[in-house]
Design a protein around this ligand. Structure first.
Ligand SMILES: [Fe+2]
Length: 384
């Protein structure tokens, strides 16, 4: 539980205190929670691809946001996944190919499964919690952090839509490994900062069948988990890959994972662009991508992901600025906020601040989210 406000890295001022640790790939600690920031940290943070940080909120020090999983469990799952990836090729994490696909590898999955089960237990305990916190990870190993986040979001969505614990374990394991086929994708395609050529796109898309070919051979990985790797880029309305399946032809866990995958891909900061805000990503999924996903899953997802996460600074329709204090499950677009400035933008003294439950004030709109990145939608990056 953190007292938080999300601040763009460029707006860091000396004396701000970090409310959430920042991890590098493999779970290595970059900057620890509680650290007092200095302006000199801006460049190193940006170089690590980190666009926003959570700081202790001096305007509303008792505001807290609970994460769906603990930092310890996130680090454990990240580390176990990294160990699995290292099994492919100890130096690069890449697996050599032969003509028919990647060379087969026997994975050590027992420890991974134990870590995933711990994650599922936390999601089951916390699933009244709304997904609030952006995972502050470095972009130096996108696939690793993305995989863990897709695992968390898929589990949350699975829990909200009524899956049992054994079902959630399979879903979470498959979601964590959904992009494992990328160990066979050449690094120059995976990390290319500009748009992929048609040939590169075809190579990129092979990660689905490559992943399936790796996972289906593993004892210890059940079919419902393995199939996610093959089908997570299939689209509800058809037109996905590799097989162009649609609706119920797509395995249920793959339909769930597709929602989580897309949301995290859009909101993550990448080397070549900052992530979209939660709000814009959810809107894009609802409006422009309606045919991609099973409609009921999108509604369920919106009920448990905060468009304006706790700790965000927002501009209200009357010009006042406010910090999001609490996001109710099921009505996530009407959070409770603390008004911290007047209509003229001047900061109010602490005893002049008022809490507003926007559910009770339909005339007050949220015009703008001030914290978080403001990245643009780029369909190309959904595949990478
Ligand atoms: Fe993928």
């Amino acid at each position: 539980v953190w007292p938080v406000i999300l601040v763009p890295v460029r707006e860091i001022q000396s004396g701000m205190r970090l409310a959430k640790s920042i991890l590098l790939s493999g779970g290595r600690l970059f900057l620890a929670r509680g650290l007092e920031l200095r302006e000199s940290y801006v460049t190193p943070l940006l170089e690590q691809g980190i666009a926003a940080v959570y700081i202790v909120n001096e305007m509303a020090p008792e505001i807290t946001a609970a994460d769906v999983i603990s930092e310890e469990v996130r680090r454990a799952v990240t580390e176990e996944l990294r160990q699995v990836m290292v099994q492919f090729h100890p130096a690069t994490g890449q697996v050599p190919r032969h003509a028919g696909g990647p060379v087969s590898v026997t994975l050590e999955v027992q420890r991974l499964k134990a870590a995933v089960d711990a994650l599922v237990n936390e999601v089951m305990t916390n699933h009244q919690v709304v997904y609030n916190l952006k995972d502050l990870r470095s972009t130096d190993d996108y696939t690793l952090g993305h995989s863990v986040n897709v695992c968390v979001l898929s589990s949350l969505l699975g829990a909200v839509t009524g899956l049992s614990t054994p079902e959630l374990r399979d879903l979470a394991l498959g979601a964590l490994l959904h992009d494992i086929g990328k160990v066979a994708t050449p690094a120059q395609v995976l990390g290319k900062p500009s748009k992929l050529t048609p040939e590169e796109t075809a190579i990129m898309q092979r990660h689905t069948s490559d992943g399936w070919n790796i996972l289906k051979e593993q004892r210890g990985i059940p079919y419902p988990a393995a199939i996610i790797a093959l089908q997570h880029h299939e689209r509800w309305g058809g037109g996905g890959y590799p097989e162009g399946l649609k609706e119920q032809q797509i395995f249920k866990y793959a339909r769930l994972c597709a929602v989580a995958d897309c949301f995290d891909a859009m909101t993550a900061d990448r080397v070549y662009r900052p992530g979209m805000t939660h709000e814009r990503a959810l809107q894009t999924m609802e409006r422009e991508m309606a045919s991609y996903f099973e409609p009921d899953l999108v509604s369920a997802f919106i009920s448990c992901v905060a468009p304006y996460p706790v700790g965000s600074l927002v501009v209200l329709s009357d010009g006042r600025r406010a910090v999001v204090v609490d996001v109710p499950r099921g009505n996530t677009s009407r959070p409770k906020v603390r008004v911290v400035t007047g209509e003229d933008g001047r900061q109010l003294p602490q005893d002049g601040q008022v809490d507003l439950d926007l559910a009770g004030y339909p005339q007050v709109q949220i015009l703008e989210l001030l914290s978080q990145g403001a990245g643009e939608f780029c369909a190309d990056s959904l595949d990478r």
